[in-house]
Design a protein around this ligand. Sequence first.
Ligand code: SAM
Length: 331
Amino acid sequence: MIPSNPMIDSFGRRISYVRLSVTDRCDLRCRYCMAEHMTFLPRKDVLSLEEMVELTDILIARGVKRIRLTGGEPLVRKGIDQLVRELGKRIGRGLDELTLTTNATQLAGHAAMLFGCGIRRINVSLDSRDPDRFRHITRRGDLAQVLAGIEAAADAGFKIKINMVALKGINEDEIAPMLRWCASQGHDLTLIETMPLGEVEEDRTKHYLPLSDVRARLEEEFRLMPSLARTGGPARYFEVEQLGIRLGFITPLTHNFCDGCNRIRIAATGTVFGCLGHEQKVELRDLLRNGSPEAIDDALNQLLAGKPKGHQFRIAAARPAVERHMSVTGG
Ligand code: SAM
């Protein structure tokens, strides 16, 4: 189905991918992501599940084909089952794919439901497989609970991709072992550079690890064959010949991935961001509550007209590139 009113920005990029943050809340407090004492949004500021579905329908009508649910932690949102069930009905009816990014703490209890609603691919964030280190990074996480969630998802039939933020001096020695573990489990792995998003107590510069270095190190041990595979996201992929799995690199700092950007990001408040690394945004919550579909279309057009060409993150800058945390924009 060709939309009559597709979303195309001023650089000719067509928007077909949306990351929808269903809550800014999370049950973990990863040090590079959040402050220890985060203030979360009051409930009245957050879109209701019905408003999220209404917005999704508007976006699908304008050519969005893929939606990734994220947060915060999407599985801590009350009523997430209801939302996934509703959005799942759109798969094959305008929507090609519904996916989810999760920390897996609640995945064991949700895996069957998510699969039943038509989700087939899940990204799980896992920065360490050492229980103490995992607790340190997340400030509270229980690794066993997360591993049980991953296992339940694999049993349910999901294709799982593990996302690991590469942290100098914290988990860099676990990257090759994580790759081998992923291969043994049949999961793909994507490595991510830390991005300067929102104030946290830690100095991110201290733990910033350029993935160009990581790749060079891995290439001493593994043959990495560039792959043309794309999954709708910003990762660049390699096939790891010896292991038979795919390794992705998300390198917003060492290599900017903005040219082919096909996405917008929706915060749980209905604020829509054109770029992870810019403040440019439009507010849709009040329009969803009191406006008209035309007013929402106009606001989306305004967002597209001003969508930045790309971001220029600098890890050593005195201040974060943007004030909002990844958990607010939707990681
Ligand atoms: N709670 C879910 C999860 O853990 O996957 C979804 C939201 S989380 C914000 C999404 C991803 O963003 C996680 O993989 C997390 O590690 C990553 N992330 C958060 N803040 C980041 C930062 N400043 N730089 C790089 N990655 C970050």
